[in-house]
Design a protein around this ligand. Sequence first.
Ligand SMILES: Nc1ncnc2c1ncn2[C@@H]1O[C@H](COP(=O)(O)OP(=O)(O)OP(=O)(O)O)[C@@H](O)[C@H]1O
Length: 253
Amino acid sequence: MSFGERTLWHDLDLDVAPGEFIAVLGPNGSGKTSLLRVLLGRLALSSGSAEIAGRAATVGNPGIGYVPQQKTIDAGVQLRGVDLVGLGVDGHRWGLGWRGRRERAEKVAAAIAAVGAQDFAHASLETLSGGEQQRLRVAQALVGDPSVLLCDEPLLSLDMANQKLVAELVDKRRREHDTAVLFVTHEINPILPLVDRVLYLVDGGFRIGTPDEVMTSATLSELYGTEVEVLRVRGRLVVVGTGDEIDALGGTA
Ligand SMILES: Nc1ncnc2c1ncn2[C@@H]1O[C@H](COP(=O)(O)OP(=O)(O)OP(=O)(O)O)[C@@H](O)[C@H]1O
């Protein structure tokens, strides 16, 4: 994938199995969101191909659920949680008659229940906390019964309890429905126990493997082209020396 002279990645060959949980890591501008946009059919590859369940990536693929980067809901937007989740329903599938409307409402209610959002789904989104809004965004992504779930920084600006809750919702989905997950994040620790493989992008290069294979001082030093240390502190991974926001020292390497 290139933009003019700039190559985000090349020779990237990634096969994601049903039910697999892949964390996509990398510094700002390394191409994580671009990778999701390729799979969503919103960005064309410079060369090569991207397929979802054997079909070329296209816009509006009902097999994909997408949790976009969290944006605060603008004050004055009178959208409720049920409306947001309803936007994720593929209209054609449910028809327009009362039966279609009832099936649609049942789907929306089931998705809201699956993320435990019944108590606040009828409130205006602008009145909800970041964690509550994020649970509804996950419900919106799941309501179409996707076989692939793409998540772009879904834990951003959530406290630890809500990070855990949202990560567990995604994990439950892939375990119960064999949904493959690509999870873009700057913070691997909240999802470390769930991750099968890591795709780590840095400045045109990448590594793919289990967290134990990729998250090592040797591998990341090679990838960043500078001395990087990966430490394990109380079960958490601490990365030092990258000079970017993944760095435990906050980019002051
Ligand atoms: N349509 C485009 N045309 C030209 N350049 C683009 C386009 N889309 C993205 N880029 C560039 O590609 C690079 C990768 O962007 P991308 O948003 O994929 O990075 P990212 O890894 O998701 O970053 P962040 O962690 O900051 O969200 C950036 O330098 C961006 O400016």
